[in-house]
Design a protein. Structure first.
Length: 269
């Protein structure tokens, strides 16, 4: 009996290690390291905008170092992993690894990463937004596939909610850093007033992203991706990604607001 219990305990002890290894495989096939580097670069660019808007361009090397730490690639990757681990295991995890580990899956991830980088160019983004608007007439079948992608993950509402929560945290950081005087009701009211504009921008950006990123895919290939997105594994992956990104970007937004406030009040002193 003692040896059986020992063997059973060894098996149970090995399970988290195995699960951890499989989540590492998922991170690899999702190319999270590459995505985290892209998001880091986006953060640096956004930091330049904040420097211009709030610090009159006088942030200097110290500001750049703060932004680089806030958007650290390792921090982003760990946040993504935390969300995925909480929502994918067993068959759902294996199905996602199988899909994104395939030739088509790897091509899709590579296209998504490339598309995200390309959209950092304002001209490219506007052209892609225009193409998305025109798609209802120029290629209704393609538009229908993209609409299914948006609906499967509830991507519009989820992204709008994420953006609003991040904006709330940004303002809280500014208030806690003594740059603004706002009550909690003031903060919530200010962000609530932004909802319609955020929703319109989110629809445009997501449509532009999908039109651009998936343009090399045939309708058959895109249909396979849509089918995965609508599957239990695809839905679980979507939940996991938002579970990772939402708290991550709320923390980042608060840190940004706080950092701006401290730099602003420091300049005043």
């Amino acid at each position: 009996m003692r040896s059986w219990i020992l063997s059973f305990c060894l098996i149970m002890t090995s399970l988290p290690l195995w699960a951890d290894a499989r989540h590492t495989v998922l991170m690899d096939v999702l190319q999270v390291r590459e995505l985290s580097a892209i998001l880091h670069d986006e953060g640096l660019s956004y930091g330049e905008d904040l420097n211009s808007d709030f610090l009159a361009g006088q942030g200097g090397p110290g500001w750049q170092m703060q932004i680089s730490r806030i958007y650290a690639s390792e921090r982003i990757a760990e946040g993504i992993r935390t969300g995925l681990e909480a929502h994918l295991d067993g068959e759902l995890l294996e199905d996602s690894i199988a899909f994104f580990g395939s030739e088509l899956g790897q091509r899709i991830i590579t296209l998504e990463n490339s598309g995200r980088v390309a959209l950092n160019d304002a001209t490219v983004e506007q052209e892609a937004r225009d193409r998305f608007v025109a798609l209802t007439q120029s290629d209704p079948a393609r538009h229908a596939l993209i609409s299914r992608m948006l609906d499967a993950g509830d991507l519009i509402d989820r992204n709008v909610t994420s953006a609003m929560n991040s904006n709330i945290q940004f303002l809280r950081g500014m208030v806690d850093g003594d740059a603004y005087e706002m009550t909690e009701d003031d903060i919530l009211g200010e962000v609530a007033s932004q909802r319609d504009a955020l929703e319109a921008d989110t629809i445009g950006w997501l449509g532009a992203f999908m039109v651009l990123a998936y343009s090399p895919l045939s309708d058959d290939d895109l249909s396979l991706y849509v089918a995965y997105s609508e599957s239990p594994a695809g839905l679980a992956l979507n939940r996991g990604l938002f579970a990772g990104f939402d708290p991550l970007y709320e923390d980042i937004s608060y840190a940004l607001g706080r950092a701006i406030a401290l730099n602003m009040t420091g300049e005043e002193l």
